[in-house]
Design a binder for this molecule. Structure first.
Ligand code: NAP
Length: 738
């Protein structure tokens, strides 16, 4: 049975005490609110303002009657108050405080109580204002703010629970941490910034000739930055002394950083300056993402996104779809390891490639951007990476984790690779095992899952590795490790996989030998900075190729699309179906073949899709199903069982969706049999699978009625700007966000 609070006593009726009293009085779950303050005018004002229900005239009486006592006095006054109340509080009275530092309050409580009572749970609301006194009390002060509770070994779990309830009732989010951690975190995030603000304003104010001007012309940024210098001086004096050790440590660390920056400015050391500024800017966003455990791109995960597509229309013009993801990842990796400055354009600003970018920033590489797909990488050379300040967080990106592990296994420093909850379930043994054969020291969690702890300073030796399963990620990981390994590293694949790493290594001037199914590298080479215009992703281009192929009157050019031989199944298959498709202006960029793809409408016919084309077009099948539904006759898909284990069971999702639209389709274990026909309208479930969502959007061009597609939030991650581009090409689709 949990304790019932009939009487709450708040000692110190200033800003924080008053605000808490007001909030508790409103929600009425913590009994009568009595106020006590050494300044009788404050409590009387509190009563008049309706902040409290009653005034305590005797602290001893009020403390003995209270079920809950909140100490809301300055930290320096905590001792006096604790001494005053200790003899009177009952054994099971809940006691908490709101002091901005915790170790000193706890030490004081230990001295006063001898034995800490089980109801004592220190706390600290991370909310405030530059005002003080009860007149400034605000019942909304804690709403959507954090409150830290620092329970002690003696604190009962019931007391912790009750105090969590109390703070939550004010709208606050409650965090629990231990006392030293609290003081360390607050020294860095609150106390240090206050000291900087006080010191900066004080320093500038003393500059004789300039002070009036400085403050008169101060821009908004200066005012924001120095706003906290308006805080209560006595309170901050007390806080500095109360949290002296942790604050001094933070101050020293900050001053070392400032000194480094000063030297960089003095020596016109642009690299250090840019490094500091770009890292700091990125770090703000990075840390908030890590804290929420979410994505690098805009987090849409909590939003319901629906596409609503009107029937009919055609596509025309010239468009460029976003950059290839695999190539975007590799451009950052090799650009960072190169000597010189690499300019990347067309970079895919998706969550996964941004995770790779952040990891290299964490390892000291100066990277500017991305701005409109443009990134500038100041390469540090193969041996120039630096130990990151903490674990490298790669979000949901399996590619980042697997490729980076090869590179990190060869560095001189230790690293840890972590990811979000879903990545943490994915197996990493397939890279860790062969890396260990090369001499790497890698620790994984159970069953080879992340995090990966990689020990630096190992001398890797080259191996010949025959992959048990075809995987471009494993091959790339070992090739990257091979850049540092003694002797030759060669990898043989059982079936062809994407060769973007080999091609880009060559693009950076690093020799890679390719013989049949084996790729070989040797250490000792050098990567030379280059310019990379990341080819547009052929998988993203597919939706528009199919759109133009099925919609009468269409005439569309897709610019600068990557046509790597391991990816062109979609072009081969559409041509076999009768599509009018030309490759124009074929060229090579950073080792990758690219072309402009020109598609004009032509009637399609059903075919049995050759199984040798299936692996070359595996991601393109949802869109191909739509092409098949618009073709004359029967299309048979076989040998594509992998489609059942993608982001959704893509065979089932497409069969269900096309049936809803009136198409005669039958799923098989490894594919489907699709009869071309008339596409109607209806509501489609995409099951959160971006490719299913985009495919049905394209289907609307040949539909007789509106198509509504549910659960489309993930489209933003793989294909930023899809709806805008689809509309500009002629698809009549709108996005609705709930
Ligand atoms: P405040 O507005 O100055 O209120 C403190 C009140 O306590 C004043 O009325 C003060 O009276 C009274 N008091 C001082 N010593 C006392 C004693 N021995 N017995 C009874 N009453 C006494 O200060 P506050 O901003 O609310 O801060 C209170 C606590 O909250 C501090 O521990 C502070 O560290 C913490 N805190 C403050 C903020 C913030 O932004 N303000 C944020 C989080 C936590 P006098 O005016 O006569 O001194």
């Amino acid at each position: 049975m949990s304790k019932v609070i009939n009487k709450t006593l708040i000692i110190g009726l200033g800003l924080i005490g008053g605000s808490l009293a007001k909030a508790l009085k409103l929600n009425r779950r913590f009994g009568q609110i009595t106020g006590y303050d050494r300044n009788p005018d404050e409590v009387l004002a509190g009563l008049e303002l309706g902040v409290i229900d009653s005034v305590a005239t005797s602290l001893a009486d009020a403390a003995s009657e209270a079920d809950l006592v909140v100490l809301a006095v300055p930290v320096k006054a905590m001792e006096t108050v604790l001494v005053d109340i200790a003899p009177f509080v009952a054994e099971d009275t809940l006691i908490t405080d709101v002091g901005s530092t915790k170790a000193n309050v706890v030490n004081t409580a230990r001295r006063v109580f001898k034995q800490i009572p089980p109801g004592f749970v220190p706390g600290h609301p991370i909310a405030g204002a530059e005002k003080s006194g009860v007149a400034a009390a605000d019942e909304k002060l804690f709403d959507k703010h954090k409150v830290i509770l620092t329970p002690l070994a003696e604190s009962s779990s019931e007391a912790v629970k009750l105090l969590s309830d109390l703070w939550q009732s004010t709208g606050a989010e409650v965090l629990v941490m231990d006392v030293p951690k609290h003081d360390e975190v607050l020294a860095a995030t609150s106390h240090l910034p206050h000291i900087l603000a006080f010191s900066l304003v004080d320093t500038l104010a003393q500059e004789e000739n300039h002070n009036t001007d400085i403050f008169r012309y101060a821009a908004g940024g200066f005012r924001d930055f120095t706003r906290i210098a308006g805080s209560d001086p006595t309170m901050w004096h007390d806080i500095c002394l109360a949290n002296k050790a942790a604050l001094l440590e933070q101050l020293d660390c900050y001053m070392a950083g400032l000194h480094k920056l000063r030297t960089a400015i003095e020596c016109s050391d642009s690299e250090t300056m840019l490094g500091t500024f770009t890292r700091a800017r990125a770090a703000r966003e990075h840390f908030s993402r890590i804290l929420s455990g979410t994505a690098y791109s805009q987090d849409m995960s909590n939003q319901q996104v629906t596409f609503r597509a009107l029937p009919g229309g055609s596509v025309s013009g010239s468009i460029r779809v976003p950059g290839d993801k695999s190539i975007s990842h590799r451009s950052i990796m090799l650009g960072s390891l190169a000597d010189g400055v690499t300019q990347v354009s067309g970079f895919l600003e998706g969550e996964d490639s941004l995770a790779t970018l952040q990891s290299f920033r964490d390892m000291g590489v100066v990277i500017e951007g991305p701005v409109d797909g443009n990134v500038t990488i100041y390469g540090v050379g193969l041996n120039g990476l630096q130990a990151p300040p903490g674990p490298l967080y790669v979000g949901n990106s399996g590619t980042s984790m697997r490729l980076l592990s090869g590179l990190l296994a060869a560095q001189q420093f230790d690293t840890e690779l972590t990811g979000d909850a879903s990545l943490t379930k994915r197996p990493m043994g397939r890279v860790a095992d062969p890396l260990r054969l090369m001499g790497a020291e890698i620790e994984t969690a159970e069953n080879g899952r992340p995090p990966l702890k990689i020990k630096g300073g190992q001398a890797l030796k080259g191996i010949h590795y025959t992959m048990p399963m075809a995987s471009a990620q494993v091959k790339s990981c070992l090739l990257l490790a091979g850049l540092y390994a003694d002797g030759e590293t060669s990898i043989t694949e059982p079936a062809p996989t994407r060769d973007h790493t080999e091609r880009m290594l060559a693009g950076f001037g690093y020799p890679v030998q390719q013989q049949a199914a084996t790729a070989t590298v040797q250490a000792g080479g050098q990567l030379h900075a280059t310019k990379i215009d990341v080819p547009a992703d052929i998988s993203s281009a597919t939706f528009f190729m199919v759109a133009a192929a099925i919609a009468p009157g269409s005439d569309l050019t897709l610019e600068h699309v990557g046509i790597n031989p391991t990816r062109i199944g979609i072009i081969n298959i559409l041509r076999l179906m009768g599509a009018n498709l030309d490759l124009l202006n074929a060229r090579e960029v950073g080792g990758e073949p690219v072309a402009d793809i020109h598609v004009q409408y032509a009637p399609l016919k059903g075919i049995h899709i050759p199984e040798d084309q299936v692996p070359l077009a595996i991601d393109e099948f949802p869109a191909l199903f739509i092409a098949a539904a618009c073709a004359e006759g029967t299309t048979i898909v076989s040998g594509a069982e992998e489609l059942r284990v993608k982001e959704s069971d893509r065979i089932q999702s497409m069969v269900d969706g096309l049936k809803t639209l009136g198409i005669n389709i039958e799923g098989t274990p490894d594919g489907a049999i699709i009869q071309g026909g008339r596409i109607g309208g209806g509501v489609i479930e995409s099951h959160g699978d971006h490719r299913i969502a985009m495919s049905f959007c394209v289907a609307s061009l040949r539909a007789t009625d509106e198509i509504i597609i549910n659960d489309c939030a993930n489209v933003a991650t793989s294909f930023p700007g899809f709806i805008e581009l689809a509309k500009s090409a002629g698809i009549q689709v709108e996005k609705e966000v709930d």
